[in-house]
Design a protein around this ligand. Sequence first.
Ligand code: EPU
Length: 421
Amino acid sequence: MGKYVIKGGNKLNGEIIVGGAKNSVLPIIASTVLNKGITILKNVPMLLDTMVAIDILRHLGATIDIGKNTLVINTKTIYKTCVDEELSNKMRSSVIFLGSLLSRFREGTIYLPGGCNLGSRPIDFHLNAFEKMNMKVDYPKDYNCIKIDAKNSKPTDITLPLASVGATQNIILASVLTKGTTVIKNSAKEPEIVDLVSFLREMGACIDGEGTDTIKVTGVEHLKNVVEYTIMPDRIEAGTFLFMGALCGGDIKVNNICSMHLQSTLYILEKMGVDLLVNNNEIHLKSSKRLNPVEYVETNPYPNFPTDLQPQLVTSLLLSRGTSVVKENMFEARNIYINELVKLGANVDGDNKTFIVTGVDGLHGTKLFAKDLRGGASLIQAGLVACGETIVENAKYIKRGYEKIDKKLSLLGADIKYVKS
Ligand code: EPU
């Protein structure tokens, strides 16, 4: 288990290139199960979670060649319909393999998915939707394992209780090869859903309404056997670097992004007093003074402010000129990084959902423990401005979602090293 060692105090200056989106590539890798052929994926972020998705495919029987940010996946040879228990437990997105298996093989088995510890993360919306599609959902081993028979699956109208990203993806995938039209109401509108649908359309699927709250999937009989697709840029990685730049001060250009996906973040950064020059594919940020506090920000589904940037926003406010209130609405345990920030001298109060952040004059480095991906990234961010040395243990959480974060920050002038232990 490695760690990051950071010496704080350097301003960030220069250009960085954002990689492909983690939350796009994972469902897209899962959806390659649908066709019986070759998929070439480009701009693939080489993350720990990407490797788990690759291992799941291999375990199902696929062959995969890994190049530099490129995957060549052959799913013709898939013969298993059960996602391995250990791999299911490693990552939340393992559940998305179900939709593809149900579409192609009319059956699928999964063990309860793991992922970052963000509180209880049920999959009831996914399973209720499958049942509504006339599939038989069994829980043979005390709910640890879920076995689904989709031999008699039928299209239907499904209204999601919450606009869940994962449930929307799973229902789309389960419907791609199901004869008739499945309608998903209150579907998630995240850009990662739009990217998945663009990929599926490239594969030959018939889908309408992505990016709105009603998606219609009309089942097709066959999909193309060769597909090539480039994963969209990671809006959360981009936002993480922008919040880091805002906090550290300096002048950075964040390249290879889609600024449209970052509107709610840019709105808040402007209120915090940074200078922004925004083009379609790059954002230039200059931050030269102590940041303004923000009165109130809450996380909500896209296009609102994303939960995946909440810890980075809170951390940006640690040295601000006043008091801000940030509320987390999506995940109950997305506060587990706060106690670590307090060890640096941060002033953050509130309960597990509402964070009252009062800017202090400085932070002092110490040893911290990452406990989840985004919270972990925010500990690195705080270390960049803390006096002296900050050690962020449990780098494995951060490596789940950020490719070479230490190298990218070093290019901007930060003093950060990854140390294997
Ligand atoms: N929910 C249920 N039942 C379900 C599904 C979801 O109660 O069956 C609840 C969740 O507990 C949560 C809310 O609905 O409170 C929204 O969850 P959603 O299903 O939208 O989240 P997800 O699909 O599990 C994806 C991303 C998360 C991101 C959320 C929200 C991936 C692999 N993960 O998770 O990303 O926070 O959408 O945008 O796409 C991250 O990258 O750090 C991360 C956690």
